[in-house]
Design a binder for this molecule. Structure first.
Ligand SMILES: [Zn+2]
Ligand SMILES: [Zn+2]
Length: 312
């Protein structure tokens, strides 16, 4: 049982989402501190409070996201870009995360979760939702957007973008007709394989699949001045493509991590948009099975792990 330091909370975990980044941590694709407990989409209740923590009480429901700590002193933290901090800590990567019954978290980086969401349905909001939200904001105000990789993040972002009045196009693996039907059921005006072009040029494309070949594919789908936003933490190499596909002031950018402001603004919009997450829950001792199913694209919506005391 971890013991909270003065600035930390001890949290009894109620649910923890499984994110593609957990696969990258398990595979050694990104710089983690090993051994480490994965999991960064955590919903739980405060069971002990460090001496220096203010504003929390025993029993409060909290959410713990990917950004576990930032230094507060580097140029990025001072400029309001704590997502780019030079000395960050990441939950389930450099700090132990939520594939567990309990964990400790820096209280300053925990969120309150709106009562509209149950524990399990809230879990995917903590990363798929709020890093997806950061990606959507970086995509700009365009009316027509495309979501490549229709998993946990896209299924949340589609609902928000439709609520905002945008035309949303869902791109799945070629031939994944179930995934395309799922995208249409969430309000997408069009859904198809990532090897096809949408019926109209996109103002922006958001890439949630870790497949570098989607970057030139998405560039072909966006209009002049359009943006391609890469939202994953890791991606296979991007193949060479003709400069003409980038020409016309198209741009490619990446989204890294989140700020606490992304979290608070996201939860506000998620409530107003009436977001409903589609989840498939697994007992914690079936974490490997959940990760294997996510890897194979066999999860509709988001996988969520539930510790034994909660699932019995
Ligand atoms: Zn910093
Ligand atoms: Zn994540």
């Amino acid at each position: 049982m971890p013991v909270p330091r003065p600035e930390e909370l001890l949290i009894e975990i109620a649910a923890c989402g499984v994110c593609r980044t957990d696969l990258h941590v398990a595979d050694g694709d990104i710089a983690a501190r090993y051994p480490v407990v994965p999991g960064h989409e955590i919903v739980g209740r405060v069971s002990a409070i460090g001496a220096a923590v203010q504003g929390f009480a025993i029993g409060n429901r909290v959410g713990v996201p990917w950004l576990g700590h930032s230094c507060g002193q580097c140029r990025y933290c001072r400029d309001g870009q704590e997502n780019l901090c030079d000395a960050p800590e990441f939950t389930g990567c450099t700090r132990d995360g939520g594939f567990a019954s309990h964990m400790v978290a820096d209280a300053r980086f925990c969120f309150a979760i709106p009562a509209a969401f149950g524990d399990i349905e809230a879990a995917p909001l903590l990363c798929a939702g709020l890093i997806g939200w950061r990606a959507l904001r970086l995509a700009g105000e365009g009316r027509s957007i495309g979501l490549y990789g229709f998993g946990a993040a896209a299924h949340i972002l589609a609902q928000i973008a439709v609520w905002q009045g945008r035309s949303v196009h869902g791109f799945t693996r070629p031939g994944d007709e179930e995934g395309q039907a799922f995208a249409r059921s969430l309000g997408c005006c069009w859904a198809g394989g990532s090897d096809t072009l949408p019926p109209e040029p996109l103002d922006a494309a958001l890439l949630f699949a870790p497949v570098g070949a989607l970057v030139p594919a998405a560039l072909k789908a966006v209009r002049k001045g359009g943006r391609v936003v890469c939202a994953g933490i890791h991606m296979s190499d991007i193949p060479a493509f003709p400069y003409a596909d980038l020409w016309g002031e198209r741009s490619i950018l990446s989204v890294a991590n989140l700020t606490r402001e992304d979290g608070t603004s996201f939860f506000d919009v998620a409530v107003r948009a009436g977001v409903r997450t589609v989840t498939r829950s697994f007992p914690l001792n079936r974490a490997n099975e959940a990760m294997a199913m996510l890897r194979d694209g066999r999860i509709e919506g988001a996988a969520v792990l539930v510790p034994p005391s909660r699932s019995s």
